[in-house]
Design a binder for this molecule. Structure first.
Ligand SMILES: Nc1nc2c(c(=O)[nH]1)N[C@H]1C(S)=C(S)[C@@H](COP(=O)(O)OP(=O)(O)OC[C@H]3O[C@@H](n4cnc5c(=O)[nH]c(N)nc54)[C@H](O)[C@@H]3O)O[C@H]1N2
Ligand SMILES: Nc1nc2c(c(=O)[nH]1)N[C@H]1C(S)=C(S)[C@@H](COP(=O)(O)OP(=O)(O)OC[C@H]3O[C@@H](n4cnc5c(=O)[nH]c(N)nc54)[C@H](O)[C@@H]3O)O[C@H]1N2
Ligand SMILES: [Mo]
Length: 776
């Protein structure tokens, strides 16, 4: 079945990914930013030495080549941040918070940059201007009034720089808690958890250069055409030199199918495109672990056949003997997994799995990449360990052109964790902080995102501080999350743009406007650079380029954190003002405490930055046994959660919640999803046409969705247009964050606590007053 134009506003996209369509889209955003020429200058500085790090995704660049590196969605991110529009005191004087709550997420952010600190006034239901000193004093007063430091939650989103994140964790630990919920808890937490156990480090083992040497690149559960456009470059180069690109995705994402490079004029002119992928497999949602297990089972079968025939081995026995542990238990588990289970759970035929296994085996050097299609499931940790198991069988970790590549989301989400934004901090980090700063650090685990929401709901947590992000919209089970924030005594949002979290206020609430990546950050000793870490563990500096909209009333993230810290703790355990005067001083403290950062200031001055190193890539295994571990996990018996099955409910479809082409997480740039052929709307749900008819529904019809869980709470979203789409049967897809009310708070990954945003069991019903749109 192919794309079906049903709704008049829904037209299939036939062009290749990137190319002319991308340029058209960028130009529109450009002109709309109200300062197109300034932004052009800024864009030319993106990811250049002496420029700023793109505030978009965490994909890295080759440190050597000096080419201009930007992509359509990076351009949108820059323009969105570098707008001239202001959300200032007069804006808040015009709108009550209740009125603002009626507006869409798109409208809220579109109003412009936050430029003045504001405090919520419940009597008038408005935000009123407040001075920075009064804002800091209010926070200190609330924090000091708590019975325990564990009654405060300190959220971080992944745009915070290393310097801001380091100061934040230092302040919070000196205050006395490890309550660090962060966006990573909803993102790649499963990757970190799984890989620490398997290979001793929770990060990817490859660097940019490895992509140039790979014979096969597997891309699982990821949509790089939209979310990591610069990744299409190495994929395209790989195909050109004859390497295989093997995709596992239930949706035939356009960026993975065909691709044009907008910076290669010739290809744009001929409007041609080359096939990118050499194979495309479309698993069931949550079926990847079974698919990988199937590949491993074929390898095992071929290994035995080769042995019988005296042919060269399929496994890398030398590597296994020298570097790994647990092979036999794992192979027993592979033998115990039956083919029928693999086939049924993966949603793929044995022929398809065999084809994937052959491609895998044929390649001497394999990189496996993955993102949210893998990490946002109940059994994500086990799935990622299965990916690691497969790579270990053939020694595909720690040599050029091979390895593990969790492709990170936010531009500095990996760096924030390195800096100690961690609710379950490793002892070595805490020891180092204790030794350097001489206070006794809290040792108990803190709250992750889900635990923080529960603590606020229970009244145990009373203060919420968000260093960036949009907690109210990014988290699952929206009505409950909103209630959690609203039951706090104080909510504080350190932000660049207005979003729903600012309107989901505690009894007291503050908006603290901060500088973004593109803004010039001037402090006592002059303009400051910050640093970030990309998906390949490259650390580099970022210099803001644009004059801030309000030099005196907006502050940098490090300065805001220091202001809160000083008001709360005084000059303890450091002189906060002195650190802010010159961020080199913060980096010196990082060098003293965080492993791998010795001589930080000197090394980061090197063009392109420096490589932090990766123990697994060096074949040093920091696991409990000092070796890489095969992890023998059983396939889930059933992907539908037992709490649903136990209550006797049957889903109509399994829903994944994903990103459109015109959004950055909860930031909505526009209402189009070009590659999927949707324009002017976001309240849509994609389903297979046969399923639509099976359920007695009609394409184009308005539907409501209810999710299944066993706690008696009704979770519902209404008025979505049902679109017949090329999607495997039994599945549905709809955009996040609109569908977050459907994700039950306690439907989370085992060991990762990540909401199962890619596997929501739903019922789907005609909306009341339902109207069928005419076919277009
Ligand atoms: N422009 C832009 N860039 C971004 C972002 C953005 O919102 N906009 N967000 C940033 C962030 S924080 C992140 S984490 C990344 C997210 O990057 P992605 O992970 O690419 O984001 P999603 O849109 O969630 O896409 C998930 C993909 O996985 C597929 N999928 C879903 N379930 C399954 C499954 O069970 N198995 C398999 N094999 N595939 C599945 C979906 O069809 C979809 O193609 O992007 C980052 N970059
Ligand atoms: N259903 C569902 N839910 C999901 C996901 C999903 O796929 N499905 N994905 C999850 C993932 S992968 C992630 S990472 C989270 C994202 O969760 P968050 O990181 O919390 O959300 P964002 O939408 O990225 O945050 C946007 C806001 O950040 C602020 N901001 C932007 N730039 C800056 C800056 O430089 N500094 C500061 N201080 N603030 C800034 C702006 O005010 C903006 O409104 O959402 C998760 N939620
Ligand atoms: Mo993410």
């Amino acid at each position: 079945m192919s794309l079906q134009p049903i709704d008049p506003r829904y037209k299939p996209y036939n062009g290749p990914a990137a190319g002319w369509g991308a340029l058209k889209s960028v130009t529109r955003f450009w002109l709309d930013s109200k300062q197109p020429f300034k932004n052009l200058r800024a864009l030319l500085k993106t990811n250049q030495n002496g420029g700023f790090d793109c505030p978009g995704c965490a994909w890295g660049d080759s440190p050597e080549d000096g080419h201009i590196k930007f992509c359509e969605n990076g351009a949108k991110a820059v323009n969105w941040e570098a707008t001239k529009r202001r959300v200032d005191a007069s804006f808040f004087a015009r709108h009550t918070v209740s009125q603002l709550r009626e507006q869409s997420d798109y409208w809220l952010e579109y109003q412009g940059r936050l430029t003045h600190p504001m405090r919520y006034d419940a009597a008038t239901d408005r935000y009123l201007p407040v001075t920075w000193d009064d804002a800091f004093a209010l926070i200190a007063q609330h924090l000091k009034a708590l019975e325990s430091p564990n009654q405060a939650e300190f959220y971080t989103s992944g745009r915070a720089s290393n310097e801001a994140a380091f100061l934040y964790q230092l302040f919070v630990r000196a205050f006395g808690t490890n309550n660090f919920p962060d966006c990573s808890n909803m993102c790649h937490e499963a990757s970190g958890t799984a890989l620490i156990q398997s290979v001793g480090i929770g990060k990817g083992t490859v660097t940019f250069a490895d992509f140039e040497h790979a014979d096969a690149i597997f891309v699982l559960g990821q949509n790089p055409g939209t979310n990591h456009p610069r990744m299409l470059d190495p994929l395209r180069e790989a195909v050109k030199r004859g390497a295989q690109v093997v995709c596992f995705n239930p949706l035939k994402e356009r960026g993975l199918e065909r691709f044009q490079h907008p910076q290669h004029a010739l290809e744009m002119l001929t409007n041609g495109s080359e096939p990118l992928n050499t194979a495309f497999f479309r698993p069931a949602l949550g079926g990847d672990m079974a698919a990988i297990r199937g590949i491993a089972k074929f390898l095992l079968q071929w290994e035995r056949e080769a042995k019988d025939k005296g042919e060269p081995a399929v496994f890398d026995h030398a590597f296994i003997a020298e570097h790994t542990d647990g092979l036999q238990a794992y192979l027993d588990e592979v033998d115990a997994t039956d083919w029928a289970h693999i086939e049924q759970q993966s949603g793929l035929s044995l022929n398809e799995i065999e084809q994937a296994a052959r491609m895998y085996r044929r390649a001497e050097r394999v990189i496996i990449c993955w993102a949210m299609g893998i990490t946002q499931h109940h059994h994500s940790v086990a799935t990622i360990q299965e990916i690691a198991n497969l790579q270990l069988l053939r020694g595909q970790i720690g040599r050029p052109g091979a390895g593990l590549c969790p492709v990170r989301g936010h531009s500095n989400v990996q760096g924030d964790r390195t800096m100690g934004i961690n609710d379950r901090p490793p002892a070595a980090l805490l020891d180092a902080i204790e030794k350097r700063f001489g206070f006794s650090v809290p040792r108990a685990d803190g709250h992750n995102t889900i635990e923080a929401i529960n603590a606020m709901l229970d009244g145990q947590a009373k203060v919420f501080i968000g260093l960036g992000g949009n907690f109210a919209q990014a988290t699952p089970d929206s009505p409950r999350t909103h209630q959690a924030l609203q039951s706090c005594n104080l909510t504080v949002q350190i932000s660049t743009k207005l979003n729903r979290s600012h309107l989901t206020v505690g009894k007291d609430a503050l908006i603290l406007p901060c500088l973004g990546r593109t803004d010039i950050d001037r402090q006592a000793n002059g303009p400051q650079a910050v640093t970030v870490e990309d998906s390949f563990s490259m650390i580099h500096a970022s210099f803001g380029q644009l004059e801030p909209l309000s030099g005196s009333d907006m502050r940098s993230e490090p300065a805001i954190v220091a202001g809160i810290a000083k008001a709360t703790l005084g000059n303890y355990p450091v002189n906060w003002d002195a650190l802010i005067a010159d961020y080199d001083r913060i980096r010196d403290l990082i060098a003293d405490t965080i492993a791998g950062f010795q001589d930080f200031n000197k090394r980061v001055a090197h063009p392109g930055g420096f490589y932090l190193g990766n123990s697994a890539a060096a074949r040093t295994w920091k696991t409990s046994v000092g070796r890489a571990m095969f992890k023998a996990n059983a396939l889930p018996q059933n992907l539908i959660h037992e709490r649903i099955r136990g209550s006797g409910q049957q889903p109509d479809l399994i829903l994944q919640t994903l990103r459109s082409h015109d959004q950055y997480n909860t930031t909505i740039y526009g209402l189009d999803d070009r590659y999927r052929g949707v324009s002017g709307q976001r309240h849509v749900v994609f389903a297979n046409e046969a399923d639509i008819h099976r359920l007695g529904l009609t394409p184009g019809q308005k539907v409501d969705m209810l999710s299944l869980w066993d706690d008696g709470i009704e979770r519902k979203v209404e008025g979505f247009t049902l679109l017949a789409f090329d999607i495997p049967s039994g599945q549905a897809a709809a955009y996040y964050p609109e569908t977050n009310p459907l994700v039950p708070l306690d439907s989370v990954g085992v060991g990762s606590h990540t909401p199962t945003s890619k596997f929501v069991a739903i019922r789907i019903l005609p909306s009341r007053g339902n109207n069928v749109l005419a076919a277009g």
